[in-house]
Design a protein around this ligand. Structure first.
Ligand SMILES: Cc1cc2nc3c(=O)[nH]c(=O)nc-3n(C[C@H](O)[C@H](O)[C@H](O)COP(=O)(O)OP(=O)(O)OC[C@H]3O[C@@H](n4cnc5c(N)ncnc54)[C@H](O)[C@@H]3O)c2cc1C
Length: 443
């Protein structure tokens, strides 16, 4: 960390999570490559520490399983960055496998078609008996009925959340970027032309030519400091206009783990399993007492972790009123409810015989959290003031390590086709992303 707070910098990045640090690292490399500067021209400020936000508690799943073509483009580029240095990013390329019932089959087919076109290695399986056989070959005790579509992405996997962010921080610092932790951004001086002159922080003021906001679930606070609209009109592609919608709303992501011997959860060949995502319309019965939990569509995801099996389920919408602070262990959103434990362990036992009775091994792990979603639940990546670029990923984003690479190019004056579909004006233009049939708000 630098010892003297600067009076002025070329680039001030707010937030030392996956997006802020990826932006700083890529920007520093670009500046050096173009001989337009170095990492010394960049500071990253964070009110707490590196990985103290959502990036430090994320499940860490990395997939390209997105129905929206624009999201797929970001993910493909991001997977390439994860693969570029698995050690530094604590990344395990175990793949990602989604199984779904018939109502979602067309989505999986569309994603597979795009994977084929873009050369992203994946296997599509259709038909209930074929899907069942494929899963039984991987897991001989597979027993989930009624699933008719499967997409196995042979790339992707997961990363160990905070370790990856520290890996990014190291890379940025090697390029000369200075990371100021314990530094709260408290406000901005905004010029008549709308640009930000000065960033006010708990450590002092800093003049910045360009500011990048990458504050994860705190986006509403910074958005308000920048006098940006907290209510907006959203035009649908068919021309229908929804007036005065909340720009930001919150969901609780519930996650947990069962403490079992990790190697008990392996494929038939003894390998580390891909990250599994299962959606189903079959009735779900409690592993604890056999009662019916739901006969509505349900969904879970899980992966082998250091101390057992970890994962989550469909999140809970809290609405616009949620308080983000405190974040982490003190937060009410941090620990999942007993209902979640029942739901998630029931899902595990529904899928594989080895998980029968796993509710007894459930461990209240500190792995839930709050996510802030935009009005259409997709990211906003845009200049929101002439010199202020906002990265608001709508909680899609640990996997999106590649966004920072594109943002770096934009900061240097280039256009990014990859980021263009996420511009703020899409809400007014009706140029929204297509929605999938998934019960999850991030698919
Ligand atoms: C429980 C959970 C599980 C998730 N699982 C996954 C997953 O498996 N895969 C996936 O792709 N995504 C996942 N996500 C989403 C993902 O974690 C986020 O989308 C992503 O980490 C956001 O990164 P970020 O860099 O924008 O924000 P963050 O990582 O939240 O970083 C923002 C930083 O900004 C700092 N900050 C905030 N306000 C200020 C201020 N005023 N001044 C200075 N600094 C400030 C914070 O301290 C924080 O360190 C999950 C999210 C949660 C909550």
């Amino acid at each position: 960390m630098a010892d003297q707070w600067p009076e002025s910098v070329t680039y001030c990045v707010v937030g030392a999570g996956i997006h802020g640090l990826s932006t700083a690292w890529h920007l520093a490399k670009e500046l050096r490559a173009r001989e337009q500067g170095t990492g010394d021209d960049i500071i990253v400020v964070d009110k707490e520490s590196i990985a103290s936000g959502a990036s430090g508690i994320a499940c860490g799943v990395v997939r390209n399983f997105y129905y929206q073509p624009a999201m797929g483009r970001v993910m493909k580029d991001s997977v390439e960055i994860w693969e570029s240095d698995p050690d530094a990013f604590a990344y395990l390329p175990v793949g990602y496998l989604a199984v779904a019932p018939e109502p979602q089959a067309a989505d999986l087919e569309a994603i597979h078609e795009r994977h084929e076109r873009t050369g992203y290695d994946a296997t599509l399986v259709r038909g209930e008996s074929r899907v069942f056989d494929y899963m039984q070959q991987l897991f001989p005790d597979w027993r989930a009925p009624g699933l008719t579509a499967l997409l196995h992405e042979h790339r992707g996997g997961f990363a160990f959340n905070a370790r990856a962010v520290y890996g990014l921080a190291d890379k940025a610092e090697v390029e000369g970027v200075r990371i100021w932790t314990g530094t709260i951004v408290e406000g901005f001086d905004i010029d008549p032309d709308g640009s930000v002159q000065t960033v006010h922080t708990s450590r002092g003021e800093v003049h910045a030519d360009q500011v990048v906001i990458a504050v994860g679930p705190w986006i509403e606070q910074l958005w308000t400091m920048l006098n940006l609209p907290n209510r907006i009109d959203v035009r649908e592609p068919d021309g229908t206009v929804h007036k005065n919608l909340e720009m930001w709303t919150y969901w609780q992501l519930q996650e947990g783990e069962i403490r079992v011997n990790p190697s008990d959860y392996a494929t038939a060949e003894g390998r580390m399993p891909p990250v599994l995502h299962v959606d189903s319309t079959e009735p779900l019965y409690s592993d604890r007492d056999g009662r019916l939990i739901t006969d509505e569509p349900w969904g879970i995801y899980f992966k082998r972790d250091r101390e057992g099996v970890q994962g989550g389920a469909v999140p809970i919408k809290i609405g616009p009123e949620a308080q983000v602070d405190p974040y982490g262990p003190e937060s009410p959103w941090y620990t999942a409810s007993d209902d979640f434990a029942d739901y998630w362990t029931a899902g595990l036992a529904h899928c594989m015989e080895r998980f029968e009775g796993c509710s007894l091994a459930y461990h209240k792990a500190p792995s839930g959290g709050i996510g802030c979603f935009s009005a259409d639940s997709f990211p906003v990546f845009d200049y929101m003031r002439p010199n202020v670029y906002v990265i608001a990923d709508s909680n899609h984003g640990y996997k999106m390590i590649g966004v920072g690479k594109e943002v770096a190019r934009v900061l240097l004056g280039e256009h990014s086709e990859v980021l263009h579909p996420f511009r703020f004006s899409r809400f007014a233009e009706g140029d929204l992303h297509p929605t999938s049939s998934s019960p999850f708000p991030w698919s």
